[in-house]
Design a protein around this ligand. Structure first.
Ligand SMILES: *[C@@H]1O[C@H](CO)[C@@H](O)[C@H](O)[C@H]1NC(C)=O
Ligand SMILES: *[C@@H]1O[C@H](CO)[C@@H](O)[C@H](O)[C@H]1NC(C)=O
Ligand SMILES: *[C@@H]1O[C@H](CO)[C@@H](O)[C@H](O)[C@H]1NC(C)=O
Ligand SMILES: *[C@@H]1O[C@H](CO)[C@@H](O)[C@H](O)[C@H]1NC(C)=O
Ligand SMILES: *[C@@H]1O[C@H](CO)[C@@H](O)[C@H](O)[C@H]1NC(C)=O
Length: 496
């Protein structure tokens, strides 16, 4: 009875229960679907953010540097003034062969690379920029007329290749001293330019207004940096700012290439100037690593050029450069320091042997002029090629000193001891044909020899950022091989 009585009630309960359950199920399903959608959305957003972050991170930590050899077609697009030696400049016949000056390096990189030095350094940065066929480029400052002082190019992979013209070795105390700034001699440069280069390293901007040599800057869109620039303390003027706003943030350099070319030296104080270069080198290296925030410094050895009296004079400084690099590496082998953004950095110095390069060219040119006998020539060439260390090479090259003394009538000091060298600037003993190894005895004919120098530098930088090895021994060998292969006249089989 009770069963009967209860049945309808139970059924009613049953139905309402069922309804409730169905409701719940529906709600659950709808909620689940919504949740799933929401979750999916969140995941997509999270994944996107992660992806962006990862990409940003990769851009910062995975350093890309590769190059390949291509036909040499350096147009001197940016190096318009001294690089494009006219058709009257001719190469010695021995250097017109296949594989010597017919190739260039095509560079791909996301690194921040800065060339520091005189107008020769500017030439080298301009042809390196050209070989990355940049996406965009700014001139921050001109030195004189259209001659560039500070300039920067953006590569297609997000890298920067820049140049900062400093006639002499850059020193912190000489910052913003107009009397010491290019085109004059002295080691001066502008702190404003350093901030601009580092800002552009972090974030590329359009519409940079180029300044002339004497212009400081009337106003500046980053107030804190502007205050820094107003400081009387040079170290503070140059320091990396503490800045969170993206537009005012700065990033240092991965690689700094220092040209220590003494084209700027005061010839009246010739001997003391060599000593000064040696003394200032420590300061230049400290600036490169700590103020410009680099991890790799490339020092170029001093080449044969107008302002050399003789070969023994450069022997001391070039030996000093090699030794300094070796000692520096050894003492920094196990020391990790940090970039301002927290990335680890291993400080290393590489040496680009411009001296060896110039000696090979000088020898070939002197042979063509007829300054050296055939037997003598073959013996010297053989010994230079067989050198297995920088010391060997420097020693073997001393015999060329007698050719250095064969000069033209164009001299730069009263005593006429520092003059243009026939074997360097002329292709014949009467000097009626200029040689294509230099435009004026200091600058290179970059359209001709630039490709090989680009390849030499690219090869060195690649040693540092290659996945093939990172130990000091690997890098040492890699550096030796790059210098020997490219900063020489060894024919390169690039076309196969
Ligand atoms: C920096 O100095 C210039 C002129 O010397 C002045 O006009 C400017 O207001 C100063 N800026 C700051 C932030 O102090
Ligand atoms: C340069 O620095 C090295 C190592 O820090 C030091 O041994 C050397 O004496 C310094 N040279 C000069 C000329 O100051
Ligand atoms: C330079 O070399 C030429 C050719 O060998 C020679 O005739 C001339 O005397 C040399 N001049 C000097 C200053 O050594
Ligand atoms: C150099 O000039 C002298 C005198 O003008 C001439 O006799 C000689 O043939 C010239 N030498 C060369 C290599 O052109
Ligand atoms: C310095 O160390 C770097 C990196 O370890 C290496 O490539 C280079 O050969 C060393 N340079 C010298 C002069 O020993």
């Amino acid at each position: 009875m009770s069963l009967v009585l209860h049945r309808p009630k139970k059924r009613k309960t049953y139905y309402s229960l069922l309804a409730v359950v169905i409701c719940f199920v529906l709600v659950f399903i709808v909620a689940s679907i919504n949740l799933a959608i929401l979750k999916a959305r969140t995941e997509v957003v999270a994944e996107k953010t992660k992806h962006v972050e990862r990409r940003k991170h990769r851009e910062r930590t995975e350093k890309l540097f590769t190059y390949k050899l291509v036909k040499n077609e350096i147009q001197n697009i940016y190096a318009r003034f001294v690089g494009p030696c006219g058709d009257d400049h001719v190469l010695p016949t021995s250097l017109q062969k296949k594989g010597i000056f017919d190739f260039n390096a095509l560079v791909e990189t996301n690194l921040r690379i800065l060339f520091v030095g005189d107008s020769v350094a500017v030439q080298l940065s301009q042809i390196f920029q050209e070989s990355s066929s940049p996406k965009d480029r700014h001139v921050i400052r001109f030195a004189r007329g259209e001659h560039e002082s500070t300039h920067v190019a953006l590569t297609h992979q997000g890298g920067r290749i820049s140049g900062l013209r400093v006639n002499g070795l850059p020193c912190e105390n000489d910052v913003d001293d107009l009397e010491l700034m290019a085109p004059l001699r002295g080691g001066g440069f502008s702190s404003y330019d350093v901030h601009e280069l580092r800002r552009l390293n972090y974030l590329w901007r359009d519409n940079i207004e180029s300044l002339d040599r004497d212009e400081k800057r009337q106003s500046y869109d980053c107030h804190d940096i502007w205050q820094q620039l107003n400081s009387t303390n040079t170290a503070l003027r140059l320091a990396l700012p503490n800045m969170d706003a993206d537009k005012c943030r700065e990033e240092g350099f991965d690689v700094i290439v220092n040209t220590l070319s003494p084209g700027w030296i005061d010839l009246r104080r010739y001997d003391s100037q060599w000593q000064l270069m040696k003394e200032n080198l420590n300061e230049t290296i400290r600036l490169s690593f700590d103020v410009f925030d680099a991890e790799t410094v490339v020092l170029q050895t001093i080449p044969v050029m107008n302002n050399l009296k003789n070969i023994p004079d450069v022997k001391e400084l070039n030996t000093y450069i090699w030794e300094l690099a070796k000692d520096f590496n050894k003492s920094n082998e196990n020391i990790i320091s940090y970039f301002r953004d927290g990335r680890r950095k291993f400080k290393r110095i590489l040496v680009m042997d411009m001296y060896a390069f110039s000696i090979h060219l000088f020898l070939q040119n002197s042979i063509q002029v007829g300054l050296i006998s055939v037997e003598h020539r073959d013996k010297i060439q053989q010994k230079l090629n067989a050198a297995t260390s920088y010391n060997d090479f420097i020693e073997e090259s001393q015999v060329l000193d007698f050719i250095m003394k064969n000069t033209t009538t164009e001299c730069f000091d009263k005593r006429k001891t520092i003059c243009k060298k026939v074997g360097h600037v002329c292709l014949d003993s009467n000097c009626t044909i200029p040689s294509a190894i230099t435009s004026d005895g200091i600058h290179y004919c970059t359209g001709i020899t630039g490709g090989r120098m680009n390849a030499g530098l690219a090869c060195l930088i690649e040693c540092r950022y290659s996945s093939k090895g990172s130990g000091i021994q690997y890098l040492d060998k890699c550096m030796f091989d790059c210098n020997k292969r490219y900063l020489s006249i060894e024919p390169i089989d690039w076309d196969t």
